[in-house]
Design a binder for this molecule. Sequence first.
Ligand SMILES: NC(=O)c1ccc[n+]([C@@H]2O[C@H](COP(=O)([O-])OP(=O)(O)OC[C@H]3O[C@@H](n4cnc5c(N)ncnc54)[C@H](O)[C@@H]3O)[C@@H](O)[C@H]2O)c1
Length: 440
Amino acid sequence: MKISVIGTGYVGLVTGTCFAESGNEVLCMDTDVTKIQKLNNGEIPIYEPGLKELVKRNTEEDRLKFTTEIDAAVKHGLFLFIAVGTPPGEDGSADLKYVLEVARQIGRSMESYKIIVDKSTVPVGTGDKVRNAVREELLKRDLGHLEFDVVSNPEFLKEGNAIDDFMKPDRVVVGCDNVRTAEFMKELYAPFVRTEKPILTMDIRSAEMTKYTANAMLATKISFMNDIANLCELLGADIDNVRKGIGSDSRIGYSFIFPGAGYGGSCFPKDVQALIKTSRENKYSLEILESVENVNQRQKEVMFKKLDKVYSGQLSGKVFAVWGLAFKPNTDDMREAPAVVLIEKILAAGGKVVAYDPEAMGEARRIFGDRIRYAKKSYDALEGADALLVVTEWNEFRRPDFEKIKTMLKRPLIIDGRNIYDPARMKAYSFEYYSIGRKM
Ligand SMILES: NC(=O)c1ccc[n+]([C@@H]2O[C@H](COP(=O)([O-])OP(=O)(O)OC[C@H]3O[C@@H](n4cnc5c(N)ncnc54)[C@H](O)[C@@H]3O)[C@@H](O)[C@H]2O)c1
């Protein structure tokens, strides 16, 4: 089948590549000229495990192409996937300007029947707005008779595991208002659900709401556990034991109940805020989610508060090694990352930072410029540092040489924002060790 993907970021590039991998002819379009140039030169603008090999194979087989021309993209595909960003506006609502601009461009260029699939995360009712925007442009061209369908097909992939998530999804959600389009979508996704995972067809509004609800639920689990972890510290209980104690209940389960330094990324923070905004606009108060958001803001400051307490507020002139900058492992994405909050707070308190991340150093340079120092390797960051702060649980940080760390640091202090080290082991090495919700 012929597919165009408009917006070639994390979601668009993975979507286009995976559809090409299953034999479709895919054209990915983006307005970012540098990004498309890189892709045409065989470079991948983001870090995502396994993506490079797939892009290479499919471009070599001529199934995957890249362009900056919207007209070419609209003409190429029967399916036009919209995968542009929906960043938060100033009031927290999802900014639809990119999605609606694409819809208008589609209306300006299309000359035959199209299935316009919204893959971006968008508020309930966006499907109607997309339809109206396309229709308005067609009417301007006296092409009001041209048929098209609008589908909501939210994406649930996780950065860092995106290829696997797309190739083997737990479910595919398809929101549309007629059976024929649903059948087209089922055919398109059939290669990805061979293990009997469901393709759930529903109305467009429910599909749009499903995506926000999924992210809101996951964010709620994280904030809930972080809240309980903080209380554990005050009560002398250990969140690790509590986590195991509740996770073994099949109604609760173990996934997404690890406490930490707060959630970040391009999705949870903005989607939680957007859903809160939607509820307020409808004169309803989503009280649980308001708290989820507040708890997360507070949690992003927990590591700094621990550090500040250890040094009794005297951070000026001290140098801190920060391991992990991306909002989670296996990505270079630093959007809303807890590390950014921590580093900004250290700098504001007069401290210095030497940072290391296996993939996010380029992103970090863009954010902090020369306000911090950058280490080439994890241990280089410890050279001359007063203490070590672990913010992202990359695998390479899990089993370090603790003797080496101890000799390199001025003070044997580790603050572990992801609970990756064993407190008993830290004690045996005579570290001053602080984690989230656990006993030293
Ligand atoms: N990143 C994730 O893990 C993830 C997961 C699920 C859903 N989503 C949702 O998918 C959407 C895209 O997210 P992302 O992380 O891929 O964003 P991104 O910022 O990585 O990519 C968006 C791309 O769209 C391009 N763009 C903007 N306007 C354009 C236009 N008019 N025409 C063509 N291209 C245009 C940008 O240049 C950019 O490359 C968002 O709504 C997001 O919430 C993201």
